[in-house]
Design a protein around this ligand. Structure first.
Ligand code: BES
Ligand code: MN
Ligand code: ZN
Length: 488
């Protein structure tokens, strides 16, 4: 992450721009030097996340930009995150910004600073590693929150940890497939784990074969790049709750023998590891956030390619938990690698498991690109994820784990097929995954829709979104043992 944040009692004289909050009602701050009527005449009404550059104050070199904050009583954490993003965008061409914006709401100072930092940092994030012309990078790299307090400082530190996690996950998902192979991604994970106080184990192809992980080995069969499974453990002292996270890390999804068409969306399949990237990002923030939950993560990494050695339609794979599946479509590969990941996760008997995966076009078809689907065998886990969704503004919509459709996966030769036909694809994919949860309370996040943003808007920028990174951090940080009995 390129943006640095500090907290200060007063506006630094060197600030290149000052972002000044203006509400949509009540008096205009005196320092603005303009009346409400004048602002209205200039087309600025203080609505949330609007902005208006004005001239510098007398005797000051700092540029000034008014930032609309709407009605102060309406500002919640999501609004404050949006305000952070709006201020960063409005001031992006200045090198350093100072602002009192994070202090204007009724939110506590810590929470407000945290989400303001998230919004600003994420709005300013770009991935330009492979561009010679870096001019699309915002000039703004230094932000000072004016309003000195221990709470604001703590909030900034938390916001920086979260935003760093998201930016790292976005960078990974934006990286082209031949630049970020499973082997390289696993190396990155080891580096990050060492910095973030995590235990890390990397399993290679031989080990995965020996472990009976026929799903990931099967999906990998067509590739010259070997697979990797990365196990990360956050083990805080005195933890009483245990959670497992599993991320789909398909470094590139060509579809395999069931080859995808070469349309524009095919290039996005470098992002088919967005689930694993979100999990790695989330794990990287747990130490800084002093998370009390014990968290074990599995990043399931391979690409899915066709070749003479690739898995074929009609082949049967045997997974880590001993179950078998007949392959009817090699493009339904995500569930095959998650099957091994969930099996491994369930062996540790955690209180809950969550997997996150760019799993089905069907989920994107149902819910569009602005929200992910959530399905699970335990409403308590799903409810905690929905609560995290509300706090993080990463939108989820629950779909049913409808047991009647399990019959659609029936196979003549194996325990199940890997596809359930043309309808209800997000549900049949989840029913497949449920076969590997071994009764552990579990929920699945299908992020095929929101993995990529088509434009720059608020705290999102065009490209990989790292959807789920903040949601998973919030989930593990607030996790309680689910009380409701698992659904049958
Ligand atoms: N990675 C894709 C799903 C996907 C599609 C993610 C679009 C993001 C955007 C997944 O592996 C896949 O190919 N799913 C198939 C499953 C089908 C063959 C049952 C799909 O959705 O078409
Ligand atoms: Mn696929
Ligand atoms: Zn895929």
């Amino acid at each position: 992450m390129r943006t640095s944040f500090t907290v200060s009692k007063s506006v630094p004289a060197a600030a290149s721009v000052i972002a000044i909050p203006v509400a949509s009602d009540g008096p205009v701050p005196k320092e603005v030097g303009l009346t409400r009527a004048q602002l209205t005449a200039m087309g600025f009404d203080g609505r949330c996340c609007t902005s208006l550059p004005i001239s510098p104050a007398k005797g000051s070199k700092s540029a000034r930009v008014l930032i609309g904050i709407g009605a102060v009583k309406d500002i919640n954490e999501s609004t404050m995150r949006n305000i952070g993003a709006a201020a960063a965008r409005a001031c992006a061409k200045h090198g350093s910004m100072a602002t009192t914006l994070a202090g204007v709401s009724r939110l506590n100072k810590r929470a407000a600073a945290k989400v303001f930092v998230e919004g600003a940092a994420l709005a300013l994030h770009r991935w330009v590693n492979l561009k010679n012309d870096k001019s699309s990078l915002p000039a703004l790299t230094k932000i000072t929150l004016v309003g000195d307090s221990a709470d604001a400082k703590a909030g900034v530190a938390e916001g920086v940890a979260v935003a760093t996690a998201v930016c790292t996950a976005r960078d990974h998902a934006n990286t082209p497939p031949s630049h970020l192979t499973a082997t390289k991604f696993a190396r990155e994970a080891v580096t990050i784990a060492k910095k973030s106080g995590l235990k890390v184990t990397v399993y290679d192809k031989k080990q995965l074969e020996a472990m009976g992980c026929g799903g990931i080995v099967g999906v990998n069969a067509g590739s010259v790049e070997p697979p990797r499974v990365v196990k990360l453990v956050w083990a805080p002292t005195g933890a009483t709750n245990k959670v497992v996270l599993v991320g789909k890390g398909v470094m590139y999804d060509s579809g395999g023998i069931s080859l995808k068409p070469s349309d524009a969306s095919h290039a996005s399949m470098k992002m088919d590891m967005s689930g694993a990237a979100a999990v790695l990002g989330a794990m990287s923030a747990l130490k800084a956030l002093k998370v009390k939950t014990h968290v074990t993560a599995y990043l399931m990494c391979t690409d899915n390619l066709p070749s003479g050695s690739a898995m074929k339609l009609g082949d049967v794979l045997t997974f880590r938990n001993g179950k078998t599946a007949e392959i009817h479509n090699t493009d339904a590969e995500g569930r095959l690698i998650l099957a091994d990941g969930l099996s491994l996760g369930a062996e540790g008997k955690p209180d809950a498991m969550v997997d996150i995966a760019t799993l089905t076009g069907a989920c994107m078809g149902a819910l569009g690109k602005k929200m992910a689907g959530v399905l699970g065998n335990n409403q308590g886990v799903v409810d905690q994820l929905l609560a995290s969704s509300g706090r993080t503004d990463e939108l989820l919509w629950q779909l049913p784990l409808f047991q009647d459709y399990r019959a659609l996966l029936d196979s003549n030769v194996a325990d199940m097929k890997n596809v359930g036909g043309p309808y209800g694809g997000a549900i049949t994919a989840s029913l497949f995954l449920n076969e590997f949860t071994n009764g552990v309370p579990w929920a699945h996040l299908d992020i095929a829709g929101p993995m990529e943003a088509d434009g720059d808007n608020g705290w999102l920028n065009r490209g990989a979104t790292a959807f789920g990174t903040r949601l998973l951090i919030d989930f593990v940080a607030n996790f309680k043992k689910p009380v409701k009995a698992p659904k049958k």
